[in-house]
Design a protein around this ligand. Structure first.
Ligand code: NAD
Length: 502
């Protein structure tokens, strides 16, 4: 099978790939379950098969959920001393750092992204998230309440709230940041005292399986984390429909999010959905235009544009529109396209053949709908799913490439006249995940912050996540709560209100 030659892989990674048929983690054991079908995991840089994973069946889903349920109650993860949960989360953060090279290499192999980015954003970002939430284990608290309505004549009362872990969590993750997004769900859920069934994407399950081994090594009791490999239609769908799941935490496309939301309502399962985006970048003529051009380029082409908050629409004030777009096109044209282990590379392959077809379809659609192609637009290499960094300009905001999420290295630039025009254009999609605004004028910046319909607004910087910074979209970019930060922790807890009359 296809481990690339001439790449200096760690011994741990070579050992990991010695057995190409991977197993799932259920109740602390590596098992094939009842899976008959296997899913091949492809290296998008070489188009070769890296290995296979089982396609978990509904009975495997049930086994994983029952394991997580048992671990929630007995021996009770939720009743473990907060400091003992904290120690394990810290230990896991340390192990992830120790294994950073190996984990990042597996991510680059299965996802195609730059090794340095896999290491810094995905792997070390995950370690930071586990460390951040480790600290929260011992800081969970309720409130005491003064109630005004008379309770029982002649008696007094003492009212308070307590926070309790919600139960078994189904954590469903996409392929673009396989480990950091898994950590955004695992870390707060485990800190809250929940147990988890993690389902990574079928495109990138290998890094999660490697993480599973670290979770066992960190001393989490069996069943606290189960990892199911599989697709959406069979494995994901039976997981979200399982009646013993208390909370679904999903990150992925808006289309899948709507299906999962419908399924969740059948059991009235708690749900949070982190969904797609079509994030605008707004550049005023007074901005630092050099910084803005660099940030626009980075914002759309980093990770091959496969970032939910990628700035895929750029609105530039008319007077400086041509200059900014020409600068971005120049920077994009200089980007070196190569595989993720090439240290000089800036743009790697898209994750899969299917995704390459989807992105290419949008590029063709842009041309068919009459947008002006400023740069790129073509496949960049014969082998591997490489797409050139592509830039369009247009004036009609209703074009498909402006309204729909492409999730690839495709940017569309549109000119605007005044601030209110920029607001109208930026808010004119069904998405509302992130925005960035470039101006040196603080009044303009505040006016934009006030009026932009998006969960994140960054001023003079491209959007970037942080464990203490809540992430969650407005409109069809999100539903049911924020991920990360304190809000991300409380998603995994329910509140009990208690009144003692004495
Ligand atoms: P996707 O929706 O195709 O799949 C996401 C996950 O859902 C995968 O694990 C998949 O197997 C599973 N799935 C698919 N159908 C399912 C079903 N019916 N029931 C249960 N599970 C199912 O998304 P993707 O292509 O993997 O990821 C790209 C999308 O993720 C983009 O839209 C991107 O914007 C979004 N995303 C959002 C955020 C955010 O924080 N808002 C972050 C990263 C990615």
């Amino acid at each position: 099978m296809g481990l690339p030659k001439n790449i200096d892989l760690t011994n741990r990674v070579r050992e990991f790939f010695q057995n190409e048929d991977k197993k799932m983690l259920i109740h602390g054991e590596w098992v094939n379950g009842n899976a008959i079908e296997k899913i091949a995991v492809i290296n998008p840089a070489t188009e070769e098969v890296l290995g296979t994973v089982p396609l978990a069946t509904p009975s495997d889903v049930d086994a994983a959920v029952q394991s997580a349920k048992q671990a929630f109650y007995n021996p009770a993860w939720r009743k473990m001393l907060p400091s003992d949960r904290e120690k394990r989360l810290y230990r896991l953060a340390e192990l992830i750092e120790t294994h950073a090279d190996s984990l990042a290499q597996i991510i680059t192999l299965e996802n195609g992204k730059m090794f340095a980015q896999a290491r810094s954003s995905d792997v070390l970002g995950a370690a930071e998230t586990f460390r951040y939430y480790a600290g929260w284990c011992s800081k969970i608290e309720g409130e005491t309440l003064d109630v005004s309505m008379k309770q029982v004549a002649g008696k007094q009362n003492f009212a308070f709230t307590r926070r309790e872990p919600i139960g078994v969590v189904a954590a469903i993750v996409p392929w673009n940041f396989p480990i950091s997004i898994a950590a955004w769900k695992l870390a707060p859920a485990l800190a809250a005292g929940c147990t988890v069934v993690l389902k990574p994407s079928e495109e990138t399950p290998l890094s999660s399986l490697y993480l599973g081994a670290l979770i066992l090594e960190a001393g989490f009791p069996k069943g606290v984390v189960n990892i199911l490999t599989g697709d959406g239609v069979t494995t994901g769908a039976s997981l979200v429909a399982h009646p013993d799941i208390s909370k679904i935490s999903f990150t992925g496309s808006t289309q899948t999010g709507k299906q999962i939301g419908t399924a969740a309502m059948r059991n009235l399962t708690e749900i949070s959905l982190e969904l797609g985006g079509k994030s605008p970048v707004i550049v005023f003529e007074d901005a630092d235009l050099n910084d803005a051009a660099k940030a626009i380029t980075l914002g759309i082409f980093r990770n091959q544009g496969q970032i939910c908050v990628a700035g895929s629409r750029v609105y530039v004030q008319k007077k400086v529109f041509d200059k900014v777009m020409a600068d971005v096109a120049l920077l994009a044209g200089k980007m070196r396209i190569s595989h993720g282990f090439d240290p000089t590379a800036e743009l790697g392959p898209l994750v899969s053949a299917r995704h390459f077809q989807k992105v290419s379809g949008y590029v063709q659609n842009g041309m068919d709908e009459g947008a002006t192609l400023l740069a790129g637009g073509h496949r960049a290499k014969e082998v591997g799913f490489y797409m050139q960094p592509t830039i369009f300009t247009a004036t009609d905001n209703q074009k498909t490439i402006i309204q729909e999420e492409i999730f690839g290295p495709v940017l569309v630039g549109v000119p605007f006249d005044e601030l209110q025009d920029a607001i109208a254009l930026a808010n004119d999609t069904s998405f509302g995940l992130a925005s960035s605004v470039w101006t040196k004028n603080i009044s303009k910046a505040h006016s934009m912050i006030d009026q932009l319909e998006s969960g994140w607004v960054f001023v003079n910087a491209p959007p970037r996540s942080d464990p203490n910074f809540p992430l969650g979209g407005y409109k069809q970019s999100g539903f049911g709560g924020k991920e990360l930060g304190k809000m991300g922790l409380y998603q995994y807890m329910k509140t009990k209100a208690v009144n003692i009359v004495y």
